[in-house]
Structure formats: C-alpha cells, structure tokens
Design a protein around this ligand. Sequence first.
Ligand SMILES: *Cc1c(COP(=O)(O)O)cnc(C)c1O
Length: 383
Amino acid sequence: MNKRLHLSIAHMGNNEQKYVQEAFDQNWVAPLGPNVDKFEEVVAEYSERKAAAALSSGTSGLHLALKLLDVQQGDAVFCSSLTFIASANPIVYEKATPVFIDSERDTWNMSPLALERALKEAAEAGQLPKAVIIVNLYGQVAKMDELIALCDSYDVPVIEDSAESLGSLYKGRKSGSFGKFSVFSFNGNKIITTSGGGMLLADDEELIKKARFLSTQARDAALHYQHSEIGYNYRMSNVCAGIGRGQMEVLEDRVKRRREIFDMYARELKDVKGISLMPELEGTKSNRWLTAMTIDSELTHVTPVELIEKLAEDNIESRPVWKPLHLQPVFEGTKFYPHDEDVAKYLFENGICLPSASIMTDEDVIFVCERVKAVLSVEHVNQ
Ligand SMILES: *Cc1c(COP(=O)(O)O)cnc(C)c1O
C-alpha cells in the first residue's frame, strides 16, 4: 500500500518549535503571553487590518462577530449556503435565523443576484438581516465589490468568513481585509495551522478589544472577580500562538505550493473529457487551499462518489464538495435564495476535492492524476 495522500494536512516550517520553546522558557504556557500578541500583530499587518484577536477557533471568531453586531434571538443573518457548517452554527447559538444564499458559477461563492433578491425581499418585509456572512470557498474570494455594494446599500454589515482563504487576493487586496469583521481558522486542515485556533479581525480597535474581553470570560476591571456580562473561554493559548508565528513565516510558500499542485492537476487532467476544475475569478488569486473540480458523469460514466471510493482503494483521500447548508437535515425548512437554478446543489452533486496538502510531492500529484484517469478510463490524448 502506498502512503496516504491527504486532502490537507499540517505542514510545519522551521521556527514553530523555537517559538513554542520560548513560551516554555518564559513559562508563558498559560493563555495569553508574548506569542499571542506577536501572532495577532503579524496576522493583522499581513491582512491589512488594524486589529486582531487570537481565539481558540474560527467558529468562536464568527460567534464573537455576531455578538459584537448585537445579533439577537429572532434576528435574520444571511450566509453562503455552500460552505462548512461552522459558518452558520454561531447564528443558531444566538437563536437567530439563518437565511441561505446560493452560489454563482464564476467563484462558487455567494451570488450577487441571489443576495440582491434576498435583501430586497427582507427590506420589503421590514426584516433586514443583522449581518451577511460571505464565505470564500476553497480559497477563492467571493465577488466582494458587488456583494459589499449591495450590503452597503441596505446598511447591513458584512462578516468575511476567510477561514479557507488566508493568503488569497481580490483585486490586489488581501482576503481577510473585507467587511466589518473577518475570520481566519487555524484548524489542522487549513492552509496553516496552530493545531486548532482562529482569529477575529477588524479595523475598529475598540471592537477587537471588546472581543478579547468577551473571549476571556468578560471579566470587569476589578481586583475581585466581577462580571457584568456573560463571556466565553475563547482565547488562544500562548503555546498555540507560537506555532502560528512560525506558520506565518511560511505562509507564502504554502500558497505557492498549493497553487503549483492545482496547476499540476489542471495540466495533467486537461484532456480528460467531463472534468472542469474550479475557476479563478479574473483579478483574484486563490490560495487554492483545496483543488476542486466538477465531473460530468454523462461524459465520464463515473459519479463523484464512485471516483472517491475508487481513489480510496489506493489510499487517496478525496471528498465531495461541501453539502450546501440549505440541504442539511438540521436546517430543514430554512429559507434559501437560489441563483437561477440551484448552483450550490449542482456543485455538491458533481463536485469533488482532490488531495491538496502542501507536503505532497510532484510524484504524489501525478500518481493521483493517473488513478483519476484510470478510473475514468480515458485515453490521455497527448501521450
Ligand atoms: C474551517 C472553517 C470554519 C471554522 O473554523 P474552525 O477553526 O474549525 O472553528 C469556518 N468556516 C469555514 C468556511 C471553514 O472552512
């Protein structure tokens, strides 16, 4: 059996252990400490943001963003449908009502057409959402100009869920710099990791101060333990932040490698009829966190699930595209605004993500391509 080829896996650089060692040497093993401060500073500067709060997860970042926007029971919050469920769970934590917005074909992200319809209807019904969560799928930034202009015209704040898109660009601007808040995840499967963690970013330093307060049990400035608000235990530890500092030093290398892997797939699979790789919107640069593609089963005579099962026989991990949230049993009956036909559903039913870990060698990628081609049993025209 060959070695396992993962969709995405941790890939350490040279200095992570050094920063973790510093935390041990200074006995800053508890939450907070110099690594946390430095990590926040580095990520905020990289992301063209004024302030950042290092947290225990991306999910907690989204949750605090909703808290800071005063989302309350019964409020509506719009969210991309084609995403990991963590994008929407915090809406439910606050007993607010999610409304799901479809994808469009150019980016696989939130459709401006569907968002426009949803906002118009909400305004007419007198129930504009408290926030719109825009997700950047697999590293591709959504059509921010169009989406943010729409939200601005109704005065609705945007949260950029950039959990998958650290290192991506949109018209020269960094992902994570859009909206009132943005959120990164440093979970083990993301482009860089702190072994679990996240960050909330904004340009309003007061809001980030408040986020730090809420993430450390909302303790008032008093000697005794006094609390006037309910808080959370959401802060990142100084040990994890040390890993993050080391990881930020190799972020550009990781983006470069993930893009190379995508390009290799594109090159090797270009003559296979029925395969279309995820597009990249003009003027944007995706970090290509995951290489995703759709397959037209009428041409390939193989469904995505059959391909995934076949690849698993060779110890290759591949997965369907995220199951859209409006199709999840837990969100049954939730309002959904389609693009024209249901694009998210199409991408889910026909999409597949290939191993994209930055530790993969060229030979690993070629091996996956050979197995894909063998399963689809097509002649490679150029060879
Ligand atoms: C990973 C992810 C999250 C959640 O991040 P965690 O750090 O795992 O809590 C949120 N949104 C998207 C789109 C993600 O991919």
